[in-house]
Ligand binder design. Structure first.
Ligand SMILES: Cc1cc2nc3c(=O)[nH]c(=O)nc-3n(C[C@H](O)[C@H](O)[C@H](O)COP(=O)(O)OP(=O)(O)OC[C@H]3O[C@@H](n4cnc5c(N)ncnc54)[C@H](O)[C@@H]3O)c2cc1C
Ligand SMILES: Cc1ncc(C[n+]2csc(CCOP(=O)(O)OP(=O)(O)O)c2C)c(N)n1
Length: 575
């Protein structure tokens, strides 16, 4: 039998599993791995400037392709830096393998230079996290890690001491295929009958759909048509639900539209499809709730559920559709859709850019971006106010994609996610909606765009503040504190890093600069000086409601305890 090193065997196994790149920062404990990659042409080492970027980029790749993506960090601080991006990937249920290189095996436990305990550190953000202490464990342990990541969808971590990586191992046949399991999961016939019974007999029905509706658009539309049900979506469902959807009434939640909120609150039967929408206060109190989720443990997590079924959304709807009777009363649907059209109109009215008016309304920037971006653009947005603008003004069409750290809620994901997105979709426009705080947090990886030759376009909402936090402080009746950002000119920094750098100071500059950046043959950054105290809550405002406006009520809105005032915000009134 011929011999190879553990590191070579790892890289062979990954290549055979279809992995084409590994994101990371080199380090001597990783030398076995990086050297094995150097000597082959089918798996690329992607050098970034921060391991957190590597993990976010791998997570974005996994999100977009559905396949395993890989990142790596050297021992101690190197792999520790992966952790935030790994948490994000794990919570978003995308398959990522992390190789955490480790200190020499004979030193483990001695308090050696750079010693950490990666096998414990990553346990919380992975389905599988094991340390390789002998060459003989490989490649089986790696195979289990890969299989776990793709089948349970989430993170696996292999902790590999640098010396073990260089040990010889006999080549054993590796598994050639790590298939992503795609079983057809649907409730039993009896359960389908019960589901049909509840839906046929229920009062006004509203559907709340989430990311689990991916690939179920046809079935979703058919069910909504049969039930005359408005469809509300949770943020991660936006890219799969919003488009070509006459039943769409928008998102609910703090950043949602009043129409999404009311369609949920006024229904008598709520049908939850593939969603883990987390905010309990936005669920109706008295409706009959039916929840369908691929994972049984998700059922009843967010609200009381009357009927909870385990199944894939598409398969379950396909099974129940023939049993659903056509509803005749469409008043709830009509009212909800009309309300949505009004709320939508009002949001669009806020997205204006009067020539010369400073500072620029960020809504206008997002709307212009939506209008000028390609039909198949991939957007990434930072946590903070860019999440709001993306949720409200980017229109999805079934091809466009939208990524963000929506479950884990970490700042600074937009740039690293764009790196992963652009690498796996080199022909598509990849555009960030970056916060100035978010961009600065992982600013070093601006340099990666040139180094990796990635034509990513960054749109920076520069408000010189941690504006989302300021909003939260105001809502809590606190004074702004610790939120000021003293920023440089990001366009100059971009130019220094070899990007096209543009600064829009007035509304009339926004569209031409976005167009210039989007058509630029290479990476580009457009910094837009936007209003720091901008409206971010929905827009339908009555003067009578305004009279009762108070911080308490605003807090009530944020807590979901408001009713009509859910859609108030001061800067909407005084603009
Ligand atoms: C600053 C900020 C503000 C936010 N504000 C809002 C807001 O106002 N409104 C909002 O909606 N979100 C908001 N979010 C996002 C929010 O935190 C959640 O991440 C989001 O609502 C969850 O969306 P989801 O239910 O579609 O996805 P997930 O949480 O990923 O849930 C998907 C569910 O579908 C299940 N599933 C997967 N595949 C299938 C399948 N094939 N069939 C059946 N089930 C399946 C999964 O098991 C899971 O339970 C905000 C995030 C940030 C960062
Ligand atoms: C890593 C991390 N640190 C802190 C927070 C808390 N936080 C949420 S939004 C936000 C402000 C984001 O600022 P910026 O990127 O400038 O966007 P803005 O809201 O100002 O548009 C902060 C600090 C977080 N979510 N993640």
């Amino acid at each position: 039998m011929s011999q190879t090193t553990v590191a070579e065997h790892v890289v062979d196994t990954l290549a055979l599993a279809g992995v084409t790149r590994m994101y990371g920062v080199a380090g001597d404990s990783l030398n076995g791995i990086t050297d094995a990659i150097r000597r082959r042409g089918d798996l690329r080492w992607v050098s970034v400037r921060h391991e957190e970027t590597a993990a976010f980029a791998a997570g974005a790749e996994a999100h977009l392709t559905g396949c395993l993506a890989v990142c790596a960090g050297s021992c101690g601080p190197g792999n520790l830096h992966l952790i935030n991006g790994l948490y994000d990937a794990h919570r978003s249920r995308v398959p990522v393998l992390a190789i955490a290189a480790h200190i020499p095996s004979r030193e483990i436990g001695s308090g050696f230079f750079q010693e950490t305990r990666p096998d414990q550190l990553f346990r919380e953000c992975s389905h599988f996290c094991e340390i390789v202490t002998s060459a003989e464990q490989m490649p089986r342990l790696l195979e289990i890690a890969i299989q776990t990541a793709v089948s349970r969808r989430g993170v696996s971590v292999i902790v590999l001491p640098g010396d073990v990586a260089l040990q010889s191992v006999e080549i054993s046949p590796v598994r050639r295929s790590f298939t992503v399991p795609r079983p057809t999961v649907r409730p039993s016939d009896d359960e389908i009958d019960r589901l049909a019974g509840v839906l046929n007999g229920g009062g006004k029905i509203t559907i709340l759909g989430g990311a689990g509706c991916a690939g179920a658009h046809d079935q979703l539309m058919a069910a909504a048509a049969r039930l005359h049900a408005p469809i509300v979506h949770a943020l991660r469902g936006k890219e799969f639900i919003e488009y070509d959807n006459p039943f769409n009434v928008g998102m609910t939640g703090l950043l949602g539209l009043a129409s999404g909120y009311y369609a949920m609150m006024r229904c008598e039967t709520l049908l939850m499809l593939g969603t883990d929408f987390p905010y309990q206060q936005f669920y109706p109190e008295h409706a009959t709730v039916v929840q369908i989720d691929l994972r049984g443990e998700q059922i009843g997590r967010r609200t009381r559920v009357d009927l909870g079924l385990v199944g894939d959304v598409a398969a379950t709807l396909t099974a129940v559709l023939p049993k659903l009777t056509q509803r005749s009363d469409d008043r709830h649907l009509k009212e909800s859709v009309q309300h949505y059209q009004k709320a939508r109109r009002e949001l669009d009215e806020l997205a204006v850019g009067e020539p010369g008016h400073r500072p620029i309304h960020p809504q206008y920037v997002a709307k212009m971006l939506d209008e000028t971006a390609a039909a198949d653009a991939i957007f990434t947005c930072d946590v903070g106010t860019p999440t709001i603008w993306a949720a409200r003004y980017l229109r999805m069409n079934g091809t466009r994609r939208l990524l963000g750290s929506f479950v884990h809620g970490s700042m600074a994901s937009a740039l690293p996610q764009a790196i992963g997105a652009q690498l796996c979709h080199p022909g598509r426009q990849v555009i960030t909606l970056s916060g100035d705080g978010g961009l600065a947090m992982l600013l070093g990886d601006l340099l990666s765009l040139r180094q990796l030759d990635l034509p990513v376009k960054l749109v920076v909402f520069r408000n010189d503040a941690l504006a989302f936090v300021e909003l939260e402080m105001k809502a809590a009746g606190l004074l702004d504190f610790a939120t000021e950002l003293h920023n440089p000119n990001f366009a100059s920094i971009a130019e220094g890093a070899g990007l096209l750098g543009l600064t829009a100071e007035t509304p009339e500059q926004v569209r031409p600069m976005l167009v210039e950046a989007l058509h630029h043959d290479g990476p580009a950054l457009v910094e837009v000086l936007v209003n720091r105290q901008e409206l971010i809550l929905p827009a339908s405002l009555e003067v009578s409601q305004m009279l009762g406006f108070s911080l308490y009520m605003l807090k009530a809105v944020l807590n979901g305890r408001g009713d009509d005032v859910i859609d108030l915000a001061t800067s909407n009134v005084f603009r």
